[in-house]
Write a protein that binds this ligand. Structure first.
Ligand code: GTP
Length: 598
């Protein structure tokens, strides 16, 4: 291939502005897949993604397009994930491109994620092609959107394309503009290999598959390759491209995008953002922008059935490959037995992993509530990291605890500034800065404790702004906080998996709320059971779970047969998600009870 006939690009947009629809239309207009296959939305092909309406994993597609100059161009569209938990992946996929289509809905105008994504693209020096989409809609107002675009830095208004991804109007102009305006990749085939891993996945037939963008040199089947950061050597077993189905090619050359399947066994060694080089050219530079992805929250995952232990181990190992941000480690709880302590980018990420374990691997999981990673300094000077409250040393030994804060850049409509300020303060946020981006949006910067924002902060933000907010997390820092560990005792035994860390000044109120909730979610026994919340050896609150009076499903119950059946069914279903501890069933709901109070 002649690199001059290659274009690598992505589509960036606020949610629902039409990214998937435009991607489908491009694939259709370049005859990349047959019409029958088009029925399936190609780029978001996991059920889960479709149901949640977000794109989690990148998926690349190569298209061929004969332009008006008679040349057939190779167009590589790299899909970008759409949720804030996955920002690092967005930046890696952008790094694989030379240009981006900036899609703006003609009825909605420039929104928070339009600006946030534009900034990420500009950081990678991408050529931006602005596209005003949905011009077929009766309330489309391209003129106002034009004005909004004008207020953004670095937008060339002469290059704006009016389009409808739905009807196809303007899509030929988009293709023409990609070819005309996005630079061809600059790489040099003769130089030593330098390639970016922007994604990876596990394939049952091929094993570990790397999604790569070649910057210099080339990769062909059988070649020995080295991963720079993880310092691992492997062999390229198969080299290919996404059409979007995976197809073998002889080689991937400088400027191209494709995949390599490998003989890598230790899946956790593959890191998105790492650089591939020729082991004989060890001085080759890394592609800039690599970051060690650090989880924001941790939680324990335990199989409901003991016999699923091995299956769970295998599943978390495979998932961690598909997902460089997901990490895990064996953990043991007195109450729940053997399981895994897992790290996630956020709560959404955690929920997705849990759902995938259940759906794709058929393993029922009990998850404990999430925790962040605290830095604990002991009175003897020792310092340790604790992401599992069970492992926090006794309060008598602790000098102080630091908790992780993150710099959050929050883009919101101007009319919501007051309420969002309040929300951030409520979450113990420290105000840093505010700037106006245009006449309707502002960017607030706060230092926020991860523990406060991990759970439902994003939802609050979205609900206050009616969906018109975007948040980007940047640097992390550790700040000393007055924190304590709360233990929950059930029937005079501590349930270690329930322990969590919280600010001291919230412990009294939370301690009371929790035991009240627990009283309702812990299944009753024939005898009364006390449930207590304890902080620093002091009981904060106590409730008694009343004893069972009469079994409604057993003998002696006089209700109708159908009602009896229904109750029995409910009980059975509830039992699915619980584990026994000291003769007491611990349902998943009990963990949710602790969360709901936050
Ligand atoms: P996320 O993946 O959730 O970010 O959404 P998206 O940006 O991929 O948007 P998607 O393509 O799913 O489009 C959102 C909605 O807008 C869908 O109902 C589309 O059918 C509709 N839509 C997209 N483009 C057009 C268009 O040009 N005209 C009209 N009328 N509707 C469109």
């Amino acid at each position: 291939v002649n690199p001059n006939s290659i274009r690598n690009f992505c589509i960036i947009a606020h949610i629902d502005h039409g990214k998937s629809t435009l991607a489908d239309r491009l694939i259709e207009m370049t005859n990349t897949v047959s019409e029958r296959d088009m029925k399936e939305q190609l780029l978001d092909n996991m059920d889960l993604e479709r149901e949640r309406g977000i794109t989690i994993k990148l998926q690349t597609v190569r298209m061929y397009y004969k332009a008006s100059d008679g040349i057939e161009y190779e167009l590589n569209l790299i899909d970008t994930p759409g949720h804030t938990d996955f920002n690092y992946e967005v930046s890696r996929s952008l790094a694989a491109c030379e240009g981006a289509l900036l899609l703006v809905d003609a009825t909605q105008g420039v929104q928070a994620q339009t600006i946030a994504n534009l900034k990420l693209a500009q950081e990678q020096n991408l050529t931006i092609i602005p596209v005003i989409n949905k011009i077929d809609m009766p309330n489309a107002d391209a003129q106002s959107v034009m004005q909004e675009l004008e207020e953004l830095d670095g937008i060339n208004l002469d290059k704006v394309i009016l389009a409808s991804a739905k009807s196809g109007v303007g899509v030929d102009n988009i293709l023409a503009s990609i070819i005309e305006n996005i630079p061809a990749p600059k790489g040099d085939q003769e130089k030593p290999l330098q390639a970016l891993i922007f994604d990876s996945h596990y394939d049952v037939y091929r094993g570990v598959v790397l999604h790569v963008r070649i910057f210099n040199g080339s990769i062909h089947t059988g070649m020995k390759i080295k991963m720079l950061k993880s310092d691992l050597e492997f062999e390229a077993l198969q080299v290919g491209v996404f059409l979007p189905a995976m197809k073998s090619v002889d080689a991937l050359m400088a400027g191209e995008v494709g995949f390599i399947s490998t003989n890598i066994k230790i899946v956790s060694n593959v890191k998105v953002g790492d650089t591939l080089i020729d082991p004989n050219q060890p001085d080759t530079e890394a592609v800039p922008g690599y970051k060690e992805v650090k989880p924001m929250v941790y939680a324990g995952l335990f199989p409901i059935k003991n016999e699923d232990q091995e299956k769970l181990k295998d599943a978390v190992e495979k998932l961690s490959l598909n997902d460089s941000a997901f990490i895990y480690k064996q953990e043991n709880s007195m109450a729940l037995g053997a399981g895994f302590r897992c790290g996630f980018l956020g709560i959404l990420h955690m929920e997705i992993i849990q759902e995938r374990l259940e759906r794709e691997y058929g393993i029922e999981i009990l998850s404990t509530f999430p925790s962040v990673e605290y830095r604990v300094t002991l009175k003897n000077g020792e310092m340790l990291s604790v992401n599992n409250p069970m492992l926090l040393p006794s309060f008598e030994k602790i000098a102080y605890i630091e908790e992780p804060f993150i710099d959050a850049a929050i883009i919101i409509p101007m009319e919501n500034i007051g309420e969002i300020m309040e929300l951030c303060q409520e979450k113990r946020g420290i105000y840093v800065d505010m700037v106006y981006l245009n006449n309707k949006m502002a960017e607030l910067t706060f230092k926020l404790p991860i523990s406060e924002i991990a759970y439902n902060f994003y939802d609050s933000l979205k609900s206050i702004t009616h969906g018109y907010a975007s948040i980007d997390y940047r640097d992390r820092s550790y700040i000393v906080s007055d924190l304590v560990k709360m233990d929950i005792w059930l029937n005079d035994e501590i349930v270690d998996a329930f322990s969590f860390i919280l600010p001291r000044d919230k412990s009294f109120e939370r301690g009371k709320q929790i035991v009240q909730k627990m009283k309702h979610v812990i299944p009753r026994k024939l005898y009364p059971m006390p449930v207590q919340s304890v902080v620093e050896n002091k009981v904060i609150a106590r409730e008694d779970i009343p004893p069972l009076r009469k079994s409604v499903t057993g003998r002696g119950y006089s209700g109708s047969a159908s009602k009896k059946k229904k109750i029995a069914k409910n009980i059975k279903e509830n039992k699915i998600r619980q584990r026994k501890f000291g003769g007491v069933d611990i349902p998943q709901e009990a963990f949710h009870a602790v969360l709901d109070i936050h």
